[in-house]
Design a protein around this ligand. Structure first.
Ligand SMILES: Cc1ncc(C[n+]2csc(CCOP(=O)(O)OP(=O)(O)O)c2C)c(N)n1
Ligand SMILES: [Mg+2]
Length: 381
């Protein structure tokens, strides 16, 4: 374990330079604008060279698994966009570029921990064992939130209202604390969510009650068409100090750094040391969702520049150069990803709409007259 991590979060969270260091150095490609400011925790540079202690306690097999999961997740993501374009999904929010942030963080959790997601964490959901076809029911419009079992997977229902899940996560974490469980809760949210009152109320309460919570912000620099610079004047990770717990800024496209930072936050939570706010700097290559045209507000040059920070290319280069995997492994991952995407495609297309009466049957124990009328009309009775 790197010395900085072994001694806890605070050394690299609060002791880093305030002077706006671009750790790529002057020769490196320009980082996305919202990455400016405090240098994030980074173990592998964008070109794949190690810049920190990459021994985060994972075996070679686990290190390979990180790459495999990222390749499979990206392939599935692109298949979902195709499915939406073909009318098989109603709307779909892609996550290309955010694979490291989601997979590195989700893999740092234990089976008894619980995740409160937004609507964009399909990659994290798969780490938790959520069935992808069941997850996609939501986006096909055949079920609310997906029919997967949150208890069995430790992964809550998809949450569309921005930031509301953070308050739910605090409540859940408080329950874990009161029950003295050896477990924690992780809430995912975006940079835009931190502009909501719900974020503040939840973070404040989390600090006051010292709950076992990881607040994981994927800062992609945009809340639909609003750039982070227009909605937040300060750095997100710093807000933690005001709530009385540590904040961490991590390179969200460096899967090892994300894993290390989340693992430490999880350990703090389990040890009764309370919440941690992680700001993962990332960049989403695609639009906000299939209902959005990012070309109306985002410059293509920005997207091209961000590709230099791709989480998969960087990690693959590192993994191969360290001798933990060879090209044959990468090819096998790509083949697995293709086969999996086809399997999920077939599963999604085979998913039929549930009977219309279900919409009514599970709403009221004792239906009102007006409700009964609506039911009859819908069913043609
Ligand atoms: C309470 C609420 N207000 C507005 C919206 C509409 N909306 C959907 S996504 C989004 C932006 C979210 O940005 P961010 O939190 O950065 O997440 P990202 O989409 O970038 O992953 C908004 C405003 C919503 N879903 N809920
Ligand atoms: Mg965002």
């Amino acid at each position: 374990m790197p010395a900085s991590l072994a001694s806890g979060l605070i050394p690299y969270a609060l002791g880093v330079s305030d002077e706006g260091v671009n750790v790529s150095g002057p020769a490196g490609p320009p980082e996305p604008a919202h990455w400016a400011g405090t240098a994030p925790l980074r173990l592998v540079a964008p070109d794949g060279t190690p810049v920190g202690d990459t021994d985060v306690g994972l075996s070679p097999e686990q290190l390979r698994d990180l790459l495999r999961r990222m390749i499979v997740a990206r392939r599935l993501d692109s298949e979902c966009i195709a499915l939406q374009r073909q009318g098989e999904l109603t709307v779909y929010p892609g996550f290309e570029g955010q694979e490291a942030a989601q997979i590195g963080s989700a893999l740092a959790l234990g089976p008894d921990d619980f995740v409160f997601p937004t609507f964009r964490e399909l990659a994290a959901a798969m780490v938790r064992g959520v069935d992808a076809v069941q997850y996609l029911h939501y986006h096909r419009g055949t079920w609310h939130g997906g029919p997967y079992d949150p208890r069995a997977t430790g992964f809550g229902p998809i949450c569309i209202p921005i930031a509301t899940q953070i308050a739910h996560a605090v409540g859940h974490a408080l329950g874990q604390k009161l029950d003295a469980l050896d477990a924690c809760t992780l809430a995912y949210f975006g940079d835009g969510a931190t502009s909501e009152g719900d974020f503040h109320e939840a973070a404040n309460m989390a600090g006051v009650f010292g709950v076992p919570l990881v607040l994981f912000c994927q800062n992609n620099g945009w809340a639909i068409s609003v750039p982070a610079t227009q909605q937040t004047a300060g750095e997100i990770w710093r807000r933690a100090q005001g709530y009385g717990f540590p904040g961490v800024r991590v390179d969200g496209n460096d899967v090892l750094a994300v894993y290390a930072a989340t693992r430490d936050a999880v350990a703090r939570a389990r040890e009764g040391e309370g919440p941690t706010l992680i700001e993962a700097l990332t960049y989403r290559i695609g639009a906000h969702s299939t209902a959005d045209d990012a070309g109306r507000y985002r410059d293509d040059h920005e997207v091209d520049a961000a590709r230099a920070f791709d989480p998969i290319g960087r990690y693959r280069t590192w993994l191969l150069s360290e001798g933990h995997a060879d090209q044959g492994f990468v090819t096998a991952c790509e083949q697995e990803a293709d086969a999996f995407a086809m399997e999920v495609r077939a599963g999604v297309i085979a998913t039929a709409a549930p009977p219309v009466e279900w919409m009514f049957d599970w709403t009221f124990a004792a239906p009102t007259e007006a409700f009964q009328r609506m039911r009859d009309e819908a069913l043609g009775e």
